[in-house]
Design a protein around this ligand. Sequence first.
Ligand SMILES: Cc1cc2nc3c(=O)[nH]c(=O)nc-3n(C[C@H](O)[C@H](O)[C@H](O)COP(=O)(O)OP(=O)(O)OC[C@H]3O[C@@H](n4cnc5c(N)ncnc54)[C@H](O)[C@@H]3O)c2cc1C
Length: 452
Amino acid sequence: MIAIIGGGISGLSTAWFAQKRGLEYVVLEASGRWGGKLQTEKIGDFVVEGGADSFLATKPWAAALARELGLGERLLGTNDTLRTIYILHNGQPVALPEGMQLIVPTKFWPFLKTPLLSLSGKLRMGLDWLIPPRTDSADETIGSFVRRRFGQEALEKLGEPLLSGIYSGESERQSLLATFPRYRELETEFGSLIRGTLAQKNKQAQANKSGKRPVMFQSFPGGTQELVDALVEQLTGTLRLGTSVTALGPSRLGYSLSLSDGTTLAAEQVIVTTPASVAATLLQPLAPRVAEQLDLIRAVSTGTLSLGFRTEDIKRPLNGFGMVIPLREKRPINALTISSVKFPSRAPDGHALVRVFFGGSRTPETLEKTDDEILAMAKVQLLDILGITAEPLFHRIFRWHNANPQYDAGHLDRIDVLEKSLPPGLHLTGCAYRGVGIPDCIHQAEEVVGRL
Ligand SMILES: Cc1cc2nc3c(=O)[nH]c(=O)nc-3n(C[C@H](O)[C@H](O)[C@H](O)COP(=O)(O)OP(=O)(O)OC[C@H]3O[C@@H](n4cnc5c(N)ncnc54)[C@H](O)[C@@H]3O)c2cc1C
């Protein structure tokens, strides 16, 4: 029997892959609901995401799982005619210029004309064509990489909000190899990020005969919760909610799990999918060296605030999915998404759903504020950025404590060591290790079951 600790997307998909192989399993979830950081709420006709709202379509594992579960027809792509992302620049939302592939410019004129960067900042980015590539394979921070290829201005205005912001992280600590390994590959192969990205773009254009822009993110009409619900419905093993694993010890069979209801459970194999800090506590008596390494994986807390409005309440609408806010703008919020633009059917006709992100490494103290204080803080920002003076029709705050693992430089080496040091029959998987996105969690779940 396999005991799977944690009932987020990692734990549930681990159970799914175990079930496909005919293995007997039990999933133990401490809280009163399945899904962990996937949580969707219906508020009237609004579909409100508390945590993750979508998954990257270029990483195939989430969509593949959805199809296996019979959700293929319900996969919903983003509204890609309005894919533009904005960056707050000197207090004003500025669209990323056409041709930007995240931080890499691939079209000359739109890049030259953008007010986002000074002329010297643009020229410095252009030096990427000439700067020789790094020749060793050691990890480095996002800060070091972007500064080396594109310069300090590009780091502050593009790299920090676009590459670190999405990890709620700090560019001077975040690992390049664990979060954007493709950039190092492009640098090594083509000697320049711009050259590599252009080559990649041409290759994709040739392969894409339809000429249609491939969809970037996917979800479901009922939100990411649909994936969780389908898993729970189709898992035939033992699923136990409200059951926290409080300790792990050796047993004749393999391992003995102490549970919060005072009972114990014996299992031949244990797969821990909890946050790394919980895994560290559980593994301490069995594998103290692994626990020590797990304790080094930092996590930060973040929050989301969703607000419903009438469309006309947004006096200065964004013609895109949302906006990231560089650290240098010194705002108390990190980003905002217009969820009703990003996906169809997130808000009823004539209405808009706005999601504000706060906390993380920039403003961890925001999580400690009351709901009223967070709402008041967000309203000031929404007035300033989107011109919203109207009261929201509703608001909903989700706080995610220690929920965002931080992949600091050297992260992958640490995970290699940690995995090699695990005692037989004990496994780790989840967002703290080899990818935080939903597809990465599912992929890691499949791999861990493959290793059993
Ligand atoms: C605000 C936010 C937005 C995000 N947006 C996106 C996005 O748009 N796209 C994307 O791909 N990813 C996104 N992510 C990341 C993604 O949601 C997570 O990485 C992923 O859901 C993590 O799943 P998991 O199962 O590994 O961990 P979790 O969801 O944390 O699940 C772990 C589970 O373990 C349980 N647990 C803890 N301790 C115990 C114990 N002792 N015994 C039993 N159970 C225990 C917890 O209750 C929890 O349910 C976002 C994350 C956040 C916080």
